[in-house]
Structure formats: C-alpha cells, structure tokens
Design a protein around this ligand. Sequence first.
Ligand SMILES: C[S@@+](CC[C@H](N)C(=O)[O-])C[C@H]1O[C@@H](n2cnc3c(N)ncnc32)[C@H](O)[C@@H]1O
Length: 274
Amino acid sequence: MKRRKRIQFWRPSRSGFCSMNPNCPLRCKRFTLTGNRSRPEMFEHSAAWYDALYSFKDYRREAEILRAGIQQRLPQAQTLLDVACGTAAHHPALLESFQVDGLDLNPVLLELAAPKNPEGHFFQADMTRFELKQRYDVITCLFSSIGYLDSVHALEQACSHFAQHLKRPGLLAIEPWFTPETWKPGKVHMLTHEGPDLKICRMNRSETLNHQSVLHFHYLVGTELEGVRSFEEIHTLSLFSRQEFQTALEKAGFQVDYDPEGLTGRGLYWGFLA
Ligand SMILES: C[S@@+](CC[C@H](N)C(=O)[O-])C[C@H]1O[C@@H](n2cnc3c(N)ncnc32)[C@H](O)[C@@H]1O
C-alpha cells in the first residue's frame, strides 16, 4: 500500500529564495532547487526526533478525554484503529481500555510506534486508500493529521475508508487542523526541546498558498555525537471548513457531532455509524 506522493506546487524561484516567500528572512536557499527534485516530504528528516519535539504534549490526558468520549457514545467499544498514528504516543494510555492498532504512511514513525504498543498491528498505508481485513469499533485520526490530505476529494475518500473499516455500530473521532477562519498566516513559531544529549529548535512562519496552510520548518538539531545539523521540511495542510467536514462525514454515512474544544482546543469531530 505504498505510493509515491505526487509533487504539489513546489517550484524553484528565479529570485534564488524560497518560491513561496521571495523575501524569506531566513534565506532558505536550499529550496531553490534546480532540476526536477521535488519538495522535501513531511517528516522526511524529522521523524527520528518526533517524540522529543512533541514531548511537551500531554498525550495521556488527551487519551483520557478521548476514552471518556468513546465510553459515553459507544460503551461496548473494544477495538480501535488509530489512523495516522505517528509514533503511537496515544497508545499506552488507550491500551488501558482498548485493543489498539495503528496505520501511518511514514515507515520511520511506524518503527518508533511499535515498541509503545507491542501487541498492536501496524500498517503502512495511505488513509485515503487502505484495505484491511479487520473491522474496528472505533477509528481515530488525531493531532490534525487529516489536514495533510490535499483536497476535499481526498477528505471524502478518507471518510469513506474509515466507514468501510468500522463495525456497526461504529465510532470515528477526527481532530481537525485549522479552518480558513481560524488560520493566522504571517506568525512566527518556535518549538524547542532541550535534553541532556539532544537539543532541537524548529522555527517557521505560517504561510498560506493556494488556500492551503504551509509550514516551512527550519530545524537545528544538536547531539554530542554528531554536532549541530540543520535541515528544512515543508508541511502543507489543507484548511478544511466545518461544512466540508460535515459534508464528507455525512456522505460516508456518519451522524456528526462536533465538539469545539476536543482534546487540545482544535476541536473534535465525532462520527457515529448506526
Ligand atoms: C502531526 S502527526 C500526528 C501523529 C500522531 N497521531 C500523534 O498524535 O502524534 C501527522 C501524521 O499523519 C501521517 N500522515 C499524513 N498523511 C497521511 C496519509 N495520507 N495517510 C496516513 N498517514 C498520514 C504522518 O505520517 C504523521 O505521522
């Protein structure tokens, strides 16, 4: 179920700087690529440091909010598929209540996921086109992973595949990315991690291009063994509206319940299949 991701809009600019932002103050010349090299993929370089970078997140608390929501809506739920599971950071807490499997596109993240859930099955697949033998009581898609889909059509395909992989009754929980109304371009963001042997700084300015949010991340990673290295990644996330989610979920047969707070303040769509 592997596929090559298609090159989206990334093009070298004549100015010599990042084509999205010719005035990029960080002079990100490494993206002025010649020839036909595609843009760097999401998590292409950073996967190994994913857990360190997001160590500030309270995954246990998020999993507990999720578990309470599941138990309220589907008290008999036993099995859960975590789509776009990344490094399975929610799994240790979810395993206290459910049998959990994971699915993700990125093989490095899946390698890091497996030890957190030794009994779980992990699948490398695209959420818009996966075919598993199992059906689950619950499917989750958390931490805005759904935003990585590049179109409303892809969102509808993913919702349809979620429905196909749920038992009846079945429950879906999607934590969305920003909407066109809540996205604030032009802001500079910095995330740091400071451990004894590993220090990371990630900085970006939020951008919008072709109605999508673009996060052009500049990383500095320092380790005692390798010294300091720098790299960049571009993450493009669609700004799906509330109505687009509602329609995609309803088309796939879900009854929709939107919680504006959710696990982290980004909201949460619950989809119920009777
Ligand atoms: C922000 S991370 C979230 C990971 C994890 N759910 C968490 O809460 O830490 C986004 C994840 O979405 C995955 N992803 C992006 N597009 C995907 C797709 N089309 N199918 C499956 N996984 C995808 C990435 O590989 C990455 O692991």
